[in-house]
Design a protein around this ligand. Structure first.
Ligand SMILES: [Zn+2]
Length: 488
């Protein structure tokens, strides 16, 4: 019998018994090799020993150290008979703190929480009140307060100083006259007004629309809220998806304020434009008390039709029908919308509340006048959210769906009138647009020209400091920096 060949050449006689034996050997050797494969588990490292100043200090108290190195073992020693308690712990002579005026908070209660005494609160409020009404201090305003040394134990600390940015252009400082570290009680409190120079050149930004108008505008330095206002203003006027190309240029002007101290404040959108091939394609400017946008020609913004007063299907149309409660055929002079009780009802377009109250079979009803002899009425409300004479904007909530008056269940009965006659609301798509004319149109165009003359990005630079505002630097490095700046 020939010796068993465990290692044949696997390239020969493929498929024979000998070949399979060879394959078995190879797999077997492979398995053995794999068994000795090192584990893939991570090697455990030495426990990490965080090293920092504080941890070393923490350990110092538990170490035995030579006195020369400042031994301080036994930090947590219990008191022995040799410990003499102090009569009273010494207090800091002054406390500096930062208080924030919360929304809905009052100036005086904020001071009381900060630990200012009642008499001081009265004096400070009177002083600050001379400069500006206390109610006008914006929530979120931070107030630096310094409380001084108590006159006696248990007495409240007197207010030494108080400082805050009362307005964008005003800093107020209240300080006790003649306060030194030594004297217990200084003189009376006095107010100092620091008027901050403010420049209110509007901010104009231009740039290419690119693949995303929002991102391009944000990248060009337009504040997010202004970008949203810009898109909303244009969207009311034109079909943005079809009429704006990526090669177009956007042109935006927003109210802007720069303080000499470096703060910036962006205000409302003043102008929104789209240019194509160097020509103005769309130009909208805010005009009037209502803050509406008008085209360069003086035509008011196009309203994209009337909005639906409630979301939901129309359950009964305008025309002759059999009345569900009265039982006979009669004119249904409106549209019925099926909706759950409490669904908000919105004004279909801008208008004035002509009446709001009980109106017979209509139940709780709100009637709006929209101009152009057009008015709308909303019936069966469970609750009304507006009152007579109030101005409402398109989409504003005026009430909630209910079933008051002659009604079989919660729904909105919606009517429209032109010149006092009931008309089919489904037949009206747009309300007439406003048109400026005469002197108002001339003023509008003047203002538009002024806005379009603003230099792009001019408001983004820092305000040039006046010689009186330059402070002498105290650190050497800043002096070198300043010298280098003047050399240029
Ligand atoms: Zn109806």
């Amino acid at each position: 019998m020939e010796s068993l060949d465990l290692t044949p050449d696997l390239a020969e006689d493929i498929g024979s018994r000998r070949w399979f034996r060879g394959l078995g050997t190879m797999i077997g050797l492979g398995a053995v090799a794999l068994m000795f494969w090192p584990s893939m588990d991570p090697l455990e490292a030495r426990t990490a020993m965080p090293e920092s100043e504080e941890i070393r200090d923490e350990f110092r108290s538990q170490m035995i150290m030579p006195l020369a190195l400042g031994a301080d073992s036994g930090r947590r020693m219990g008191p022995t008979t040799r410990v003499i308690p102090l009569e009273s712990a010494p207090e800091r002579p002054q406390i500096s703190l930062l208080a924030t005026l919360a929304p809905g908070d009052s100036f005086s209660s904020m001071l009381r929480r900060a630990g200012v005494s009642g008499t001081d609160i009265g004096q400070v409020s009177a002083l600050v009140g001379q400069a500006m009404p206390l109610a006008e201090i914006e929530p979120g305003t931070q107030i630096d307060i310094v409380l001084g040394r108590r006159s006696e134990q248990g007495a409240p600390r007197p207010l030494d100083a108080l400082k805050f940015r009362a307005r964008f252009d005003l800093e107020l400082e209240v300080a006790r006259q003649g306060v030194t570290d030594q004297s217990d009680q200084g003189g009376t409190l006095a107010l100092q007004k620091n008027v901050i120079r403010v420049d209110d050149t509007p901010l104009r930004v231009r740039g290419q629309v690119g693949s995303s108008l929002y991102r391009s505008m944000r990248a060009a330095g337009v504040p997010a809220s202004a970008v949203q206002d810009y898109i909303k203003a244009l969207d009311d006027q034109i079909d943005m998806d079809r009429q704006v190309r990526s090669t177009d240029e956007f042109d935006i002007v927003i109210a802007y304020r720069r303080a000499a101290t470096g703060e910036r404040q962006a205000g409302q959108l003043l102008f929104a434009g789209i240019d194509r091939d160097g020509q103005a394609k769309t130009q909208l400017m805010r005009w009037g008390d209502q803050g509406r946008f008008y085209e360069a020609s003086g035509v008011g913004e196009q309203r994209n039709g009337l909005v639906a007063p409630v979301p939901g299907p129309i359950s009964s149309r305008y025309g002759m029908r059999r009345h569900p409660i009265l039982g006979y055929r009669r004119m249904h002079s409106g549209l019925d919308f099926r909706a759950r009780r409490g669904t908000p009802i919105v004004a279909v377009t801008d208008g004035t509340v002509a009446s709001a109250g009980r109106a017979g079979g209509c139940g709780n009803a709100v009637k709006l006048n929209h101009g152009g002899n057009l008015s709308t009425r909303y019936c069966h409300m469970s609750r009304m959210a507006v009152s007579r004479g109030q101005q409402v904007r398109r989409g504003q909530v005026i009430g909630y769906v209910g079933s008051t008056g002659l009604s079989t269940g919660p729904h909105l009965h919606y009517e429209m009138y032109r010149g006092g006659r009931s008309i089919n609301p489904a037949s009206v798509k747009f309300v007439t647009r406003a048109q400026l004319s005469g002197t108002e149109l001339a003023e509008f165009k003047q203002q538009l020209n002024r806005l379009k003359e603003i230099e792009v990005g001019a408001a983004l630079t820092d305000l040039e400091a006046l010689p009186t505002e330059l402070e002498e630097p105290t650190r050497e490095i800043e002096k070198i920096d300043l010298a280098a700046r003047y050399d240029n």
